[in-house]
Write a protein that binds this ligand. Sequence first.
Ligand code: HEC
Length: 249
Amino acid sequence: MEPTGAALTNVEAVETEETPMPAVKMFRPAVIGAAAVVVAANLALAHGDVAPQPVDTDALPEVGEEWLTENPYREAEAGRDVWLKAIEVGASGYNQNCARCHGLEVISGGLAPDLRFLEAEEYGDEWYVERFRHGYTQNGTTKMPAFGELLGQKAAWAIRTYIEARPDDAVIEEKSAELKEIRDTLAAGEGDVAALQARLEEISGEIETLSGAPVADSIAFRAANQLAADPTATAHAAETLTIGLSAAH
Ligand code: HEC
């Protein structure tokens, strides 16, 4: 049985043979008209025959040559520092290689499955790594390019770590009024920083992942960590909240 994936709609046919990567190819719109050309160009960008972007994984521990079937960078296995680093590396790797189909912040716009729902355990991992390595081709059409050889195993698991730690955006939406208030207080350099940090931690605890991963890497989580590391970093924490709140509209 395959794990759930959102129904596919509007997947652009990227015509290619079984080449490992679709090379850069532009659409040649038959209809010549400014609007048509713009639309075609946007589609080409959105679905992108774009070369994969290398991911700098030097800061992450080696995991060997053989492909694993379970994420080695989870906090429980690798410790908090490695886990946080994997999220950071994975965020960049995801945004450069996956977001154009699977959506910014891993919130799918319907073009490809919403990866936040892939279970954060071995079952989900096996499926993840299968798709990551080999991509997906249907009737000779590459719907998802293969990334295994090009990006390698460390990048695969870093991206996996980032994906599974995405917060439930609906809960952030519910909390957004309070988060804005905390942001304003921090930005003004007012308020009791320890109390604000404690409240951010509480909110962070209420924001869950959709993958079942134990901790969501939400803006509340990040801002609380920044204040815990340095209680004078109020401007930094305010900025984290600002960016996250505007990303969530
Ligand atoms: C060109 C568009 C495209 C890009 C780029 C892309 N994917 Fe996909 N991906 C798809 C499509 C389409 C599917 C659905 C294929 C299918 O029917 O199983 C898919 C499926 C998946 C699945 C299986 C999801 C499920 O619920 O069954 C995973 C995991 C996945 N992609 C991960 C990634 C990762 C990680 C990246 C970046 C390294 C990436 N994809 C880049 C289009 C893309």
